[in-house]
Design a protein around this ligand. Structure first.
Ligand code: CA
Length: 225
């Protein structure tokens, strides 16, 4: 989620991140930020400080008081030491001074989401001989590189982060698209079909399985009984 009242900036960042495979909700006030953050399991929040109330510092503090551990990257117009310190004091994980480049934003976001994975933050996800290097964004199976679109990559990442678990179409859509595609769940089916072709065709061991009436599962344990 990006929280930024300057709509031009919010739209620019949203578009840029979407081109890199992120699903982004943009909100423009502190109040909306709190509302959406409480009801949605975001992977990361980009939070501007100067907002229609409550401001970003208050939003950040409140989320932490409510026990939220979501990575928060503060956006600040002025890079004064005081402002940086107050952002970190409020519970932000990092900050970025405006104006910033999309490239730098992406790098900071990658660092934060790696950190928030907990544990050792291994950048390579793996199921059987299927691997995804989340640093270089390379995907391969049995040593052969697989070329994916940004959205296909994002769908596959959902599965690789929760191997053996059944993911519903809705859960996948929530992570990869915005809320407005929920009712068009066949969008997900189309992506799964393409993914399956790319990762399973030509291999004896199929990894991506349909679980009838429930969703899909990535596993090396074979199809459901
Ligand atoms: Ca602002």
């Amino acid at each position: 989620m990006i929280v930024e009242d300057e709509r031009r900036i919010a739209a620019y960042v949203k578009r840029g991140l979407e081109e890199h495979g992120y699903a982004v909700d943009a909100v423009h006030t502190g109040q909306d930020a709190l509302y959406w953050a409480r009801s949605t399991p975001y992977d990361l929040i980009l939070l501007d400080i100067l907002l229609p109330p409550p401001n970003g510092l208050v939003v950040c503090r409140q989320l932490r008081q409510q026990g939220s551990g979501v990575p928060i990257l503060m956006l600040t117009a002025r890079g004064t030491v005081d402002e940086r310190v107050s952002g970190l004091d409020a519970g932000a994980d990092d900050y970025l001074v405006k104006p910033f480049s999309l490239k730098e934003l992406l790098a900071r976001m990658r660092a934060l989401t790696r950190r928030s994975d907990g544990g050792d933050g291994l950048p390579v996800l793996r199921v059987a001989d299927l691997t995804m290097d989340t640093t270089s964004r390379r995907v391969g199976r049995a040593g052969q590189e697989i070329t994916l679109t940004a959205k296909e990559y994002a769908v596959l990442e959902c599965f690789l982060r929760e191997p053996d678990r059944v993911l519903t179409r809705e859960a996948i859509a929530e992570h990869v698209w915005n809320y407005d595609v929920h009712h068009e769940s066949n969008v997900v089916d189309v992506y799964i079909r393409n993914l399956r072709r790319k990762i399973d065709d030509g291999h004896d061991l199929k990894l991506l399985h349909t679980v009838r009436g429930a969703g899909y599962r990535l596993t090396a344990k074979g199809p459901p009984p």
